[in-house]
Structures are given as C-alpha cells and as structure tokens.
Design a protein around this ligand. Structure first.
Ligand code: AMP
Length: 112
C-alpha cells in the first residue's frame, strides 16, 4: 500500500536496521525499543492486522513465525515474547500486520 510506513520499510524506501529479509518477510529493529532486544517481523504483503488474516493470506503468517524462530536463534535469544497489537484499544499504531519480538528482560503478565 503506497502510504503505509511498513510497506515502505519492507520495500527499502525508508531505512531500517534490517535483521532478515526474504521474498515474503522482513525483520527489523524497533525504533523505540521496549526491551534490550526488540524487533518486528512483518509480511511484505500489506495485511492491516491480525483481524485481516484469512485462509488466502495465512501462509505468510506461518512464514513470519518461522522467521521469528530463526532470527531469535540468529540473535542468540531463547526466551522471548511475541506480541501483535490488533486495533487502537490494543495499542496498534501502525496498520500493517507486525509481530513484536521482545527479549532480554523479565516480562510481566498480564500485559498492561
Ligand atoms: P504497534 O504500536 O503495536 O502498532 O507497533 C508499531 C511499532 O513500530 C512501535 O513499536 C514503533 O516503535 C515501531 N516503529 C514505528 N516507526 C518505526 C520505524 N520507522 N522503524 C522501526 N520501528 C518503527
């Protein structure tokens, strides 16, 4: 989508601290880290949020989770939290599906 921040990051039109890229998925460090390790894994395809996952587009979501596992291994983290905020009330600020990967500190539950 032409005016989407994460579409532009995935296309290399806006710079990011890239961790991993393939034809379907892009992973990069969050600009405002909430943990010692905090990065985002996104599909290159524009999917607005978890609420827009369907049988037609869910294969890329599985690929995102494969990349979460492989990048965590690459970065040497074995304990981490994966979060996807869906909708304004849940804290979503960028309307392109993304999975936060957070690690390197104790996490609390439930999240605030
Ligand atoms: P959310 O609030 O769950 O939608 O997550 C969006 C995340 O994107 C936030 O954690 C932001 O810090 C992060 N973010 C926003 N702009 C950028 C950017 N240009 N590069 C990297 N991360 C970003």
């Amino acid at each position: 989508m032409s005016d989407c921040l994460f579409c532009k990051i995935a296309a290399g039109e806006i710079p990011s601290k890239k961790i991993y890229e393939d034809d379907l998925v892009f992973a990069f460090y969050d600009i405002d880290p909430q943990a010692p390790v905090h990065y985002l894994v996104i599909p290159k395809q524009h999917i607005p949020s978890c609420a827009a996952i369907t049988p037609e587009n869910s294969a890329v979501v599985a690929r995102c989770f494969e990349v979460i596992a492989s990048t965590a291994k690459q970065l040497g983290i074995s304990e981490f939290r994966v979060v996807s905020n869906c909708g304004k009330q849940a804290g979503q600020s960028v309307d392109h599906l993304h999975f936060h990967v957070l690690s390197g500190r104790d996490m609390t539950w439930p999240p605030g």
